[in-house]
Ligand binder design. Structure first.
Ligand code: MRU
Length: 343
């Protein structure tokens, strides 16, 4: 199942809000459609958002009718700002846009037609590299899993959240393909149910045994000794190893520590933000109250109730056993091990 593809000058996105009920693709022919798809989580997951934004910028640039390279650059930068404003937490979004802008600026004063091709080529490279990174992460991560393991995960850090294969689910996938007996526990992940809707679907498609539980059941499951390992993805990891990921991840990490269960984070280097010293500096996206007051479009809370709806939380580095990347596994102290991965 492809999360996205570039086809006939159009970005085609799988609409993840409709899964698993419907498999429907959105044809994005302008940047507004891409921004809207990112904002409403039709495309979601940090690496997938980064790749979609890169394609979105290439798409927006192709719609610019201008022969002057400097003016063209200004307009591309405006489009990049619009894309960057869609979701603030996953750093892959800014990382991908920055990469395209840098590429373009380095090529100046090339004519706009050439710059348009360059942007598309760079977007394609980001997408392809992400796929390869996930496979490498899968190999490094699978080596950490025992021959037989019950693995709990939160949200969806799978093929759907990336260019393919997945980060946390990529590790599980790789271990499964190596013949390890992996059974997945998927937290449903309220409010938007990425675990229930997407992770269970992805795992079932691959034939990996999966059991769904609601978020508040994880503690009891661990207390019963039924979880061997926790693996999650990340939206942004700071220099000291603090991890922003889907809301609820922090609680899972605390529970894992209490029960002596390893807590792994799988993420590509594009998710690591060395410019931030700690998780306190990560902007956390606040989303609409309706995501909490409603489930599947049905109101479950009284009209007018106040709602708190952060989309992500921050797990402090001290609760993270290791960070699995495409260049290897980083362990505490992260300030040193993460920096070493970039050298
Ligand atoms: O709001 P979402 O669905 O975009 O949140 C996704 C997550 O939190 C994922 O765990 C994270 O982006 C890693 S995806 C490989």
């Amino acid at each position: 199942m492809e999360t996205m593809r570039w086809q006939d000058d159009c970005l085609v996105l799988l609409d993840q809000t409709l899964l698993p009920g419907q498999v429907k693709y959105i044809q994005c022919r302008d940047v507004d459609t891409v921004c809207d798809a990112i904002r409403r989580l039709a495309v979601r997951g940090a690496p997938a958002i980064g790749a979609a934004a890169a394609y979105g910028l290439a798409l927006g640039a192709r719609c610019i009718n201008c022969q002057d390279s400097e003016l063209f650059l200004q307009q591309v930068k405006e489009i990049a700002s619009r894309l960057a404003a869609t979701r603030p937490t996953a750093v892959n979004l800014n990382w991908a846009l920055r990469r395209l802008l840098d590429k373009m600026e380095a090529a100046l004063p090339a004519p706009p037609d050439q710059l348009k091709e360059l942007l598309l080529a760079e977007a394609r490279a980001i997408y392809d590299e992400d796929y390869r990174a996930n496979q490498a992460m899968g190999q490094f991560g699978a080596a950490l899993l025992p021959e037989q393991a019950n693995v709990l995960t939160h949200c969806n850090a799978g093929a759907l959240a990336t260019a393919g294969f997945g980060t946390a689910l990529g590790v599980i996938r790789a271990a499964h393909r190596q013949g390890k007996k992996i059974h997945v526990y998927a937290d449903e992940t309220r409010p938007l149910l990425q675990g229930a809707r997407l992770t269970t679907w992805e795992m079932s498609q691959e034939g990996i045994p999966v059991t769904l539980l609601t978020d508040n059941m994880a503690g009891y499951l661990m207390a019963l000794g039924k979880v061997d390992v926790v693996i999650v993805g990340a939206d942004r990891i700071t220099r000291n190893g603090d991890v922003a990921n889907k809301i609820g991840t922090y609680g899972v990490a605390v529970l894992a520590r209490e029960h002596g269960i390893p807590f792994y984070v799988a993420a590509p280097l594009s998710t690591i933000d060395l410019s931030l010293s700690s998780g306190r500096e990560i902007p956390i996206e606040q989303r609409q109250p309706e995501e909490v007051t409603h489930i599947g479009g049905v109101r479950v809370a009284p009209e007018g109730v106040q709602v708190w709806n952060p989309a992500f939380d921050v797990t402090p580095a001290r609760l993270v056993t290791a960070i699995i990347t495409e260049r290897g596994v980083a362990r505490p102290p992260y300030e040193e091990s993460l920096a070493a991965l970039f050298r």
